[in-house]
Design a protein around this ligand. Structure first.
Ligand code: F6P
Length: 308
């Protein structure tokens, strides 16, 4: 996200517009936390994880009274265009502000889950994948030394993008994702018969899988595979931090620049994104309503790669 903030600030300054940063999202807007951002404020931030502006969940912003405070802060600071970075909740907040204050709003998709409609990729996804792959490779060492079956849980409350992409890139034997009904008997059968001769088996589990978390799944499969050494590992919040990957830095820089361009072109209510390698703008309302799902052809690909 810092790469996007940097690009927004620098593009604004390039066009002689004053960039104003709001700290801690909508909650910070309510509390009047913001300041003009100078060139120096975004020096040496492209390599930083997290966000220099902070983030917060705001229950108050969901109430009219809270939003009134936010609007009066924006008015007092003469903010005449808003760029919000985040997912569904962030875009919903932006849409409501756009309606209630009539301020132009542009969204930038930022979530490691990659489940935002209207873009092929969201900021953070590629970095999270690289972290997951690093962990999967390391776990593979133990798995193959000890002839173990590992269930590795990755983030993805509602979507299996991280699990599916890292299953392909990590050479996993199988993947369990919310978009596909999990059949544990079939999984146990595949573990027993599908990977004969392999020293290790790695199964990527999206946290939102219909059969539960990795530990639940291990517990359910264990009675079917009593002689196997089963283990689980939950990667957790390490997936949400760290220095961003090259892909993410470039994506965020392009989207930040594009968001300013859209405001300059008097556009409002759009979420920025990439399709193919082209920048696109999708109505924010569609980005909120629709849900992005991973390409399930990747599951077939995994099956092909697994079959002897
Ligand atoms: O951003 C979405 C997400 O990454 C989910 O995949 C995950 O369940 C959630 O964030 C974790 O959020 P929190 O930090 O609130 O536990």
């Amino acid at each position: 996200m810092n790469a996007a903030i940097r690009a927004i600030v620098k593009t604004c300054l390039h066009h002689k517009i004053t960039p104003f940063g709001i700290y801690d999202g909508y909650q910070g807007m309510i509390e009047g936390k913001g300041k003009e951002l100078k060139y120096r404020d975004v020096d040496n931030v492209i390599q930083l994880g997290g966000t220099i502006l902070g983030s917060a969940r705001s229950a108050e912003f969901k109430e009219t009274e809270g939003r009134k405070k936010a609007i009066s802060f924006l008015e007092s600071e003469h903010v005449d265009g808003l760029i919000v970075i985040g997912g569904d909740g962030t875009f919903t907040g932006g849409t409501v502000l756009n309606e209630e204050m009539n301020i132009p709003v542009i969204g930038i998709p930022g979530t490691i889950d990659n489940d935002i409609y209207g873009t092929d990729f969201t900021i953070g996804f590629d970095t999270a994948l690289n972290t997951v792959i690093d962990a999967v490779d390391k776990i593979r060492d133990t798995a193959s030394s000890h002839h173990r079956v590992f269930f590795i849980e990755v983030m993805g409350r509602d979507a299996g993008f991280i699990a599916l992409y890292s299953a392909i890139a990590g050479g996993a034997e199988s993947v369990l994702i919310p978009e596909e009904k999990t059949d544990l008997k079939k999984l146990a059968h595949t573990i027993r018969h599908g990977y004969k001769g392999r020293r290790s088996t790695i199964i990527l589990v999206a946290e939102g899988d219909d059969e539960g978390h990795a530990l639940d799944i291990l517990g359910k499969v264990k009675p079917l595979l009593p002689e196997y050494d089963l283990r689980h590992s939950v990667l957790g919040h390490i997936q949400r931090g760290g220095s961003p990957s090259v892909q993410d830095r470039i994506l965020a820089t392009r989207l930040g620049n594009y968001a300013v361009q859209l405001l300059l072109d008097d556009k409002s209510g759009f979420a920025t994104g990439v399709k193919g390698n082209e920048l696109v703008a999708c109505p924010m309302i569609d980005a909120i309503k629709e849900h992005a799902s991973p390409n399930l052809a990747y599951l077939e690909l995994l099956e092909v790669l697994r079959t002897k």
